[in-house]
Design a protein around this ligand. Structure first.
Ligand SMILES: *[C@@H]1O[C@H](CO)[C@@H](O)[C@H](O)[C@H]1NC(C)=O
Ligand SMILES: *[C@@H]1O[C@H](CO)[C@@H](O)[C@H](O)[C@H]1NC(C)=O
Ligand SMILES: *[C@@H]1O[C@H](CO)[C@@H](O)[C@H](O)[C@H]1NC(C)=O
Ligand SMILES: *[C@@H]1O[C@H](CO)[C@@H](O)[C@H](O)[C@H]1NC(C)=O
Ligand SMILES: *[C@@H]1O[C@H](CO)[C@@H](O)[C@H](O)[C@H]1NC(C)=O
Ligand SMILES: *[C@@H]1O[C@H](CO)[C@@H](O)[C@H](O)[C@H]1NC(C)=O
Ligand SMILES: *[C@@H]1O[C@H](CO)[C@@H](O)[C@H](O)[C@H]1NC(C)=O
Length: 485
């Protein structure tokens, strides 16, 4: 408090020599750390993976949280975690949820003596584990969607929050990839290549499964083995060129499932994530949020879907690749204004991406321009307009864009008595001919919703990736299940 006052005094007594930027809020989307392979479920976070997300959490602490942080977020507690200030979410999945918990430990490590409290008899008691702090990770499970007794806020925390899971039109679109000439060509061209890998992967994949259809899981198996297995059968086959080709093919496979310029519904996971980012940051801009820090753990495919929608692949084709473990992207809400609250016109967004663990061996997040722009900073109003071109921010919009009308979506199906909700402008429709029309219809809805609801609840959203679920050994997109984490 004393320091704050003297800073204020300083600021008012001297002309600002260098304008210093204030970070009003941040939204971080994070991949989990190192894990065991997808082809041997259930996958678990490894100790190495825990180290990675812990280090990343420590990096973000040194940037946004610590009292000597490089870009401290205004109003965020420095050492003692205040649960209401942090909206931390993860799917109810051992790898992602555990990653989020460990990340929080890096952000707010044990406080030791700061946790000491004095009792009536004069004894001082410190919390266990050196003052370990419990930052709640809000979990959303796939099965939690059915609760009939949910409140309004909970009702928003439903199906659509899981990004692509069960989105009918997205599944159709992703399956279009498997039917495309381009997929068939890559499949044919790579057939011999995958067969040569059988001595390496034969313990898990049969000859009929060693093909591009399993491009991701084959890459994953080899990638995990190269990190963990002391011996790999026929490891001499894994030359740098071969390893690079395995990764390259997996990148092509996953990018095409996550994003397609002419079928934006395929990137539903990115659209839902965009809706969540907007809602969180909007509430900070409006001065309504008690949580300046939003952190969500999710899958690599959500990164890819978002990258595509935000046109990052035009900045660098590197963005069409699967991001490394413990990668993170951050959206900083920044201003040079000294008035509080800052006028919307003085607020901008800076986008940063760290490929792999932030803070590891000189790996720091790098700023990239969004939406095909050239400037590193995006003015808030432009950010809102651009995000709203693809963001999906409420259940009804999700149902409309996905063409779903049963289950969670039944209340929004055309003809339903609940269909007259005036807060959304999109018309429900089956969308058989115009996916982009449906998405476009959603655009106005989010803004309205943000205004109407104030959206604290929506912020807890979580959209894991779940663009589609692929059962491990087939390429067919199915309706529900494992996230592509
Ligand atoms: C992950 O952990 C579970 C429970 O401990 C275990 O059954 C499973 O075999 C582990 N998976 C791998 C791939 O090690
Ligand atoms: C003080 O109170 C605590 C909790 O009741 C107890 O564990 C401790 O032994 C007491 N200390 C003394 C010196 O009486
Ligand atoms: C949406 O529709 C698809 C196709 O009919 C279906 O497979 C999926 O389960 C539905 N999703 C939800 C959330 O109801
Ligand atoms: C979009 O997807 C369709 C079907 O999967 C495919 O034919 C087309 O080439 C894709 N477009 C781009 C730009 O990748
Ligand atoms: C790596 O080791 C695990 C556990 O022993 C095994 O299941 C897996 O098949 C091995 N991977 C390769 C590519 O040899
Ligand atoms: C992230 O790193 C992987 C290699 O590990 C690379 O293929 C990919 O292009 C990188 N992505 C970006 C955006 O730099
Ligand atoms: C704040 O001012 C500095 C110095 O002029 C500039 O580099 C930075 O981009 C500004 N930040 C914002 C959010 O306008």
């Amino acid at each position: 408090m004393a320091m704050k006052l003297s800073l204020l005094a300083l600021a008012s007594s001297t002309l600002p020599l260098v304008q210093s930027e204030t970070v009003l809020g941040v939204y971080i989307f994070h991949r989990h750390g190192d894990r065991t392979p997808k082809s041997h479920p259930p996958a678990n976070l490894t100790s190495l993976g825990a180290e990675e997300v812990f280090l990343s959490g420590s990096y973000y602490r040194s940037r946004y949280v610590a009292s000597d942080g490089s870009s401290p977020v205004r109003g965020l507690s420095h050492d003692v975690a205040v649960a209401s200030q942090i909206a931390l979410t993860a799917p109810d999945d051992a790898v992602l949820h555990n990653s989020a918990q460990v990340f929080a430990q890096g952000l707010y490590p044990p406080v030791g003596r700061l946790s000491a409290q004095e009792l009536a008899n004069g004894t001082s008691v410190e919390a266990p584990l050196g003052g370990y702090q419990y930052v709640p990770v809000k979990a959303v499970s796939a099965s939690s969607a059915s609760g009939a007794s949910s409140t309004r806020a909970d009702a928003e925390n439903n199906e659509w929050l899981q990004g692509g899971s069960g989105c009918g039109n997205a599944m159709v679109s992703s399956n279009n990839y498997f039917a495309s000439a381009e997929y068939q060509k890559t499949y044919g061209d790579s057939k011999g290549f995958y067969q040569t890998l059988l001595p390496v992967i034969g313990g898990t994949f049969g000859a009929d499964q060693a093909n591009f259809k399993n491009g991701y899981t084959i890459f994953d198996l080899i990638n995990v083995a190269r990190i963990h297995n002391k011996t790999i059968p026929s490891s001499d086959l894994l030359t740098p060129e071969t390893v690079a080709e395995v990764q390259n093919l997996a990148n092509i496979h996953e990018w095409n499932l996550a994003f397609n310029e002419t079928e934006p519904i395929r990137a539903i996971a990115g659209s839902v994530l965009a809706g969540q980012i907007l809602q969180q940051l909007q509430s900070v801009v409006d001065g309504k949020s008690k949580s300046p820090l939003g952190v969500q753990f999710g899958a690599y495919a959500s990164f890819s879907s978002f990258f595509g929608l935000a046109q990052l692949q035009k900045v660098s084709s590197d963005f069409t690749a699967i991001v490394d473990y413990a990668s993170s992207m951050a959206f900083e809400l920044v201003t040079n204004s000294t008035t509080s609250p800052a006028s919307k016109d003085d607020v901008s967004v800076r986008f940063l991406f760290s490929n792999g663990t932030a803070g590891a061996a000189g790996n720091v997040p790098v700023t990239y321009p969004l939406f095909g722009r050239t400037q590193a900073l995006t003015p808030w109003s432009v950010f809102v307009d651009e995000m709203n071109k693809f963001a999906i921010g409420d259940t009804k919009s999700w149902c409309t864009a996905c063409g779903n009308s049963t289950g969670q979506c039944a209340p929004y199906a055309s003809g339903s008595s609940n269909d007259g909700d005036a807060t959304t402008s999109s018309k429900s429709g089956k969308d058989s001919n115009g996916i982009s029309t449906a998405v476009a219809g959603v655009i106005g809805a989010l803004v309205t919703l943000v205004v109407v609801l104030g959206i604290e609840g929506l912020v807890y959203a979580l959209a894991g990736l779940r663009l589609v679920r692929k059962s491990t050994l087939t390429g067919k997109v199915e309706a529900s299940g494992a996230s592509k984490a």
